[in-house]
Design a protein around this ligand. Structure first.
Ligand SMILES: *[C@@H]1O[C@H](CO)[C@@H](O)[C@H](O)[C@H]1NC(C)=O
Ligand SMILES: *[C@@H]1O[C@H](CO)[C@@H](O)[C@H](O)[C@H]1NC(C)=O
Ligand SMILES: *[C@@H]1O[C@H](CO)[C@@H](O)[C@H](O)[C@H]1NC(C)=O
Ligand SMILES: *[C@@H]1O[C@H](CO)[C@@H](O)[C@H](O)[C@H]1NC(C)=O
Ligand SMILES: *[C@@H]1O[C@H](CO)[C@@H](O)[C@H](O)[C@H]1NC(C)=O
Ligand SMILES: *[C@@H]1O[C@H](CO)[C@@H](O)[C@H](O)[C@H]1NC(C)=O
Ligand SMILES: *[C@@H]1O[C@H](CO)[C@@H](O)[C@H](O)[C@H]1NC(C)=O
Length: 393
């Protein structure tokens, strides 16, 4: 554990406004140009996805494809069912388990409904921030973890996916009303971080996988975001950075790249911006990728993720399911290949996801749970963050 504790303490050189304080050593803000994280996502907790917890979804969702329809179908039972899920899906026991294998950070997706009431939305606004606060504070105080809070979808819908607001929703794009509600959500998250008692332990991520191309065959590729939409997203990113800087410029802003890569965005931000680019690396959709090819694929990708190196890069999501011929025997190798490669070439990664009990089918051996459930890998003794046996060639 020592090594991970040290990484966290890595000092952030504060510039300009932030006068150093006497407690600086224990309360340094992270500088993502130096800071690296071994993170795991807390998916399926404050944002619901049918694939992550099939049994629960089958029991309560009434056949809905997304959280929007799930809550609509449940009616007055939506509150109690979701609150119970928030209280039980992730607990401090999960944080303990992750810490024990050397996990130093958590990426936590939330819906905008955790932060803002958006008229007409069927997404549930309840006690999300209470549960978020309990888990984050525990992770910070007990283990010195860093917390990335992500607003996974935005008012109106940012990608037509279940996670962008609701299936088929693209209403966020070019809609100033929805843009303004999004910034209200950002302000609420900022206020949450400021009041947390540990503002130095947070990174703010204002959206996830925002894309406008309705042709899903290009999802996950640069073609998923058109130039027109990139301009709109860029306007949002600049507004978010302005809002954060006005409140606390030491809080890093993580910008999800919409599959464009760091180099696409870097020219549009000044070199001293306190930002980090989040890229997502998946192979489950790539029929050419197999468990056999994956370790090499991961290394190739890790090296290219660096972009032009103007800004630090973090792999905010990835998993070891390949598009073809998955095998149990290569999981341990592939998992460690990614954990180490993304830590070596960029600022680390966040596996998708901590708990995953989905019954979806995969090519080759097993089902989705066998490839996406990080805590299952912990139970199997697969996580070797201290090992030097998994270097890229
Ligand atoms: C997965 O579980 C759900 C809910 O129990 C069920 O409806 C579905 O048929 C299952 N799918 C597979 C592939 O087993
Ligand atoms: C939210 O938490 C508070 C305090 O624990 C509780 O009184 C309230 O009933 C909860 N709200 C819901 C919708 O469960
Ligand atoms: C923006 O979105 C809101 C909420 O969905 C909608 O009522 C409004 O008509 C939209 N505005 C435009 C210009 O499309
Ligand atoms: C800024 O972003 C736009 C997309 O909005 C992109 O087309 C352009 O190349 C970028 N400019 C620079 C200097 O990187
Ligand atoms: C898969 O491999 C084939 C043959 O080498 C190639 O034509 C194709 O572009 C590859 N597809 C992807 C998604 O890389
Ligand atoms: C997967 O395995 C099958 C059977 O061995 C083989 O024919 C096929 O080429 C493999 N797929 C890939 C992408 O390697
Ligand atoms: C999925 O795999 C897990 C682990 O191997 C197994 O326990 C579970 O029964 C499988 N579920 C389905 C629906 O096949």
């Amino acid at each position: 554990m020592g090594k991970f504790g040290l990484a966290l303490g890595a000092l952030a050189i504060q510039t300009a406004l932030g006068a150093p304080t006497s407690s600086r050593k224990s309360s340094s803000y992270v500088d993502w140009r130096q800071f690296k994280a071994h993170a795991v996502n807390l998916g399926g907790w404050l944002v619901q996805e049918s694939t992550i917890n099939s049994a629960w979804w089958g029991e309560y969702a009434g056949g809905a494809s997304d959280e929007w329809g799930f809550c609509e179908n449940l009616g007055s039972q939506c509150g109690p069912v979701f609150e119970e899920h928030y209280a039980t899906w992730i607990t401090t026991v999960d944080v303990d388990k992750l810490a024990q294998v050397g996990v130093t950070a958590l990426r936590i997706p939330t819906t905008y409904a955790a932060w803002v009431k958006y008229p007409g939305s069927k997404l549930y606004s309840g006690n999300q921030t209470k549960y978020l606060s309990e888990i984050a504070t525990y992770a910070i105080e007990q283990y010195g973890m860093h917390i990335i809070v992500d607003i996974h979808g935005l008012p109106g819908g940012i990608n037509g996916l279940t996670i962008g607001e609701a299936t088929g929703h693209y209403g966020w794009w070019y809609n100033q009303t929805n843009f303004d509600y999004s910034l209200q959500a950002v302000d609420a998250l900022l206020a949450f971080i400021q009041k947390s008692g540990h503002p130095e332990s947070y990174t703010l991520e204002p959206s996830n996988e925002a894309v406008d191309n309705k042709d899903f065959s290009v999802f996950g590729t640069p073609a998923a975001l058109t130039d027109k939409a990139a301009t709109w997203l860029l306007k949002y990113y600049h507004a978010v950075i302005d809002h954060v800087n006005a409140v606390n410029p030491n809080i890093p802003v993580m910008l999800q790249d919409s599959f464009k890569g760091e180099k696409f965005w870097s020219g549009n931000f000044s070199a001293d911006a306190n930002i980090i680019i989040d890229v997502h690396n998946y192979w489950f959709d790539d029929k050419n990728a197999t468990s056999e090819t994956l370790a090499k694929d991961i290394c190739t990708r890790a090296k290219s993720n660096v972009g032009d190196a103007k800004f630090p890069v973090f792999v905010g999501e990835w998993s070891i399911q390949a598009g073809s011929n998955n095998t149990f025997a290569l999981r341990e190798r592939n998992l460690n290949a990614g954990l180490h490669a993304f830590y070596q070439y960029v600022q680390g990664s966040s596996y998708w996801t901590s708990k995953f009990y989905g019954n979806g089918t995969v090519s080759g051996q097993g089902n989705q749970t066998d490839y996406w459930n990080f805590e299952g890998f912990v139970d199997s003794g697969y996580v070797h963050l201290d090992s030097t046996d998994y270097q890229c060639l």
